[in-house]
Design a protein around this ligand. Structure first.
Ligand code: AMP
Length: 306
C-alpha cells in the first residue's frame, strides 16, 4: 500500500567517539524513507536548497523513492543540523539547527500525495506536519514523530497535531519532557489518554522500545551491539521500517504494529553500525532476514511450567 512521508531533508554535521563528518546527507525524511523503501514505495514531501545536488537525490532514486513533492529552492540552503554524541551515545547534543528553506515551507500536496494510504509525519516543525495532515484525503493510519526541539519551542502546535493522529512515537526523555513525569510508564499512559491516541511508542535507545495502547503494553529490546558508530537517524530508521512494514501488510492491528517494531529495531541496528546513511543505503533483503532470525533467537523462550 502507498506511503507518504514528510520531514526534514538535511545536511548534518555529526561527531561521535567513532566517526565524524562536517557535512553528510541526513534528515528525518531521508532515514525514514530509505528504511521504509525495503518494504513499501515511499513518496516524500519536503524542501531542499541549491546545495542539494544530484549526488544527494541519487540516494532516494536508488531506493525507488518518489520525489514528486520535493521542492527545490534555487536561492536557499538546505536544513542543517549539527550535533554530537559522547559516552554511551544515548543522547544527541544539538549544537546548531538552521531551518533554512524549511522556515517558509508551505507545502501544497499533489493529488497523488493526498491519496496515499499511510502517512508518516517525520520530525519537522509541527505546523508543517499539521498542514500536510490536513490536506490528506483519508489515510488509514497516521504516525507522527517529533523531538525535544519542537516540544520546547512549539508545544501548542504540537499538541494540536497529536490530538489528530493515530500513533505517536517519541523517546523516553521526550515523554518525560512532555508530561513532567519522571516515570516513563506514567508519562506514556498520560500521553495516550490526554491526546486520545490509539497507539504510543516510546523508544528507549539501546534499551529498546515500548508500545502502549488503551489495554496493553508491549516491550522489546534493542539488538545487542558492541559498537555503535553513529546513532544519528536511528529513531527515524525505526519509524520508517515500522510504517513501511505496516503499509506492506496493509493492516493496523496491534499484532502487525508489534512486528513492525521488530522490523524497525532491525533496520535501526543497520543505521547505527556506520556513519550517516552509509549502511542503510546498502543492506539487502537477505541481510534483513538474517537479522530478524538473530533477533527472534534473542527474545524467544520456550514453555515455562512451574
Ligand atoms: P534521529 O537521530 O533519528 O532522532 O534523527 C536525526 C536526524 O534528525 C538528523 O539527520 C537531523 O537532520 C534531523 N533533525 C535534527 N533536528 C531536527 C529538527 N529540529 N527538526 C527536524 N529534523 C531534525
Amino acid at each position: 500500500m502507498s506511503l507518504l512521508i514528510v520531514g526534514s531533508l538535511a545536511f548534518d554535521s555529526v561527531k561521535t567517539p567513532y566517526a565524524a563528518s562536517d557535512k553528510m546527507q541526513g534528515g528525518a525524511a531521508t532515514y525514514s524513507s530509505v528504511s521504509a523503501s525495503y518494504f513499501a514505495k515511499p513518496h516524500i514531501v519536503g524542501i531542499v536548497g541549491k546545495d542539494f545536488t544530484d549526488n544527494e537525490f541519487d540516494l532516494y532514486k536508488r531506493h525507488g523513492i518518489n520525489l514528486g513533492d520535493v521542492e527545490r529552492v534555487a536561492d536557499g540552503l538546505t536544513f542543517f543540523w549539527k550535533g554530537y554524541y559522547e559516552g554511551d551515545m544515548g543522547t544527541a547534543y544539538t549544537e546548531d539547527t538552521q531551518l533554512n528553506v524549511f522556515a517558509q515551507f508551505n507545502p501544497k500536496l499533489s493529488d497523488e500525495a493526498k491519496n496515499k494510504d499511510y502517512l508518516f509525519l517525520a520530525n519537522i516543525d509541527p505546523d508543517i506536519q499539521y498542514n500536510v495532515l490536513k490536506q490528506m484525503k483519508k489515510p488509514k493510519l497516521v504516525l507522527c514523530d517529533t523531538m525535544n526541539f519542537w516540544i520546547e519551542s512549539k508545544l501548542p502546535s504540537l499538541e494540536r497535531l497529536i490530538r489528530e493522529i493515530d500513533m505517536f512515537i517519541i523517546n523516553d526523555g521526550e515523554a518525560k519532557l512532555l508530561t513532567g513525569e519522571s516515570n516513563v510508564i506514567v508519562a506514556a499512559k498520560q500521553i495516550l489518554k490526554k491526546y486520545g491516541l490509539k497507539y504510543l511508542i516510546v523508544k528507549k535507545g539501546e534499551h529498546g522500545a515500548m508500545l502502549f495502547s488503551a489495554d496493553s503494553i508491549f516491550s522489546i529490546p534493542a539488538l545487542p551491539l558492541e559498537t555503535v558508530v553513529d546513532p544519528t537517524g536511528a529513531g527515524d530508521t525505526f519509524a520508517g521500517g515500522l510504517i513501511g512494514y505496516v503499509a506492506l501488510k496493509d493492516d493496523i492491528s496491534i499484532e502487525t504494529i508489534k512486528k513492525g517494531m521488530v522490523i524497525g529495531t532491525v533496520m535501526s541496528s543497520f543505521t547505527v553500525s556506520a556513519l550517516g546513511t552509509k549502511k542503510i543505503d546498502k543492506v539487502d533483503k537477505n541481510e534483513i532476514n538474517v537479522k530478524i532470525k538473530d533477533y527472534k533467537k534473542l527474545i524467544h523462550f520456550g514453555e515455562i511450567n512451574i
